[in-house]
Design a protein. Sequence first.
Length: 441
Amino acid sequence: MRAFIDRTHSLGLAVILDVVYNHFGPDGNYLAVFSDDYLVRQKENEWGNPINFDGQNSGPVREFFITNARYWIEEFHFDGFRFDATHAIRDQSTEYIIGAVGRAAREAAGARSIVLIAENDLQEAKMVQPRSEGGDGLDGLWNDDFHHSAVVALTGRNEAYYRDYRGAPQEFISAAKYGFLYQGQARSWRKALRGTPTFRIAPEVFVCFIENHDQIANTGPGQRLRFQTSPGRYRAMTALLLLGPWTPLLFQGQEFGVSSPFQFFADIGDTSVRDAIRRGRAEWLAPFLTLTEEEAWRTLPAPDDPAVFGRCKLDLSEREKNRELYDLHIDLLKLRREDSRFRQQSSGGIDGAVLGSASFILRYFSENNDDRLLVVNFGDGQILHPASEPLLAPPSGYRWETLWTSESPRYAGASAALIATPEQWVLPAESTVALRPVLAN
């Protein structure tokens, strides 16, 4: 592992470790056998007894995890952590354990910069607020809201937690401006309030994605999202993901259109543990598959079947077989990195407007008339006449010029062009187009 990280650093790449500080696995960890103080036996979360971070004799337990963070940073030179399922961590201490872990990790890193990101289903903004304001001082939060809206927009799914999202243009505008969509409202899925206000938090703090290991596996068959929608709509959503003001995340092979699935696989424990894991997966996935638990049990492959793991392996030759999708990601990441405005993320301010039932714009403001306009249409071709939206107007003395389009033949697009005149706008179907201002003739 040390050699791997040294090699990635020589290539200019950072390595972030996914750490699971919310539970022990169902097999292989025997700390609770040696001490009654490692776990809180009176309560359970979805993985069993929670770890004792704030109860009697919890000091050494906290120190174990804090020291573990130091170990990874000092001994292996990891560039940060992604904290798994922090919503499942029970801790009423003066300093939340993840905040304490993060503080220790930064101290261990010294002058070296590290990145600390949390997965938090409760969407607690305090995790990324400064310590001086009572926060935990982390750098980022995963944004499941964006994923759920994106899946609904791409596929029309409305089962399980997707029924709390419409995939509507306003949801993507709100995600660009405010991060989470749920900041204290009720959700029908959990029958509870979700989230806290994020209005002073920069958009780049939120890690957005359309695929990750949990979400793809939660389809049951593990089918990649591009096979659940049209090519044009998928390109348009990819462009929104990679040019949006948030921090984008790509899941393994997504960048070259991998066709292999990603299913849940696990090879741990004896027969009773494996059966329990399989039963738990069937119970969890039944609502997503619109099946009963028994039907899900019979339909889903056994997680410990070696063939399941084998089907999930990447075929790297698809980088060439799916060259158009690979080029799409390469070009978008280059644009995000090198364009004078997109590289600033949210600096300068961002606003948006709904243009239709499946279309909207994001306006990236800047100084010196260097704005950008992102025109997104997940639906059919559309004519705006009249174009009565002020965000469509270019800076005074300028006109809009196409900087990039998802409908380029380079990406197997239809060559459909966005046409913007003083009288009307013509939006191509299932496309995202980036515009920049140029001096009018």
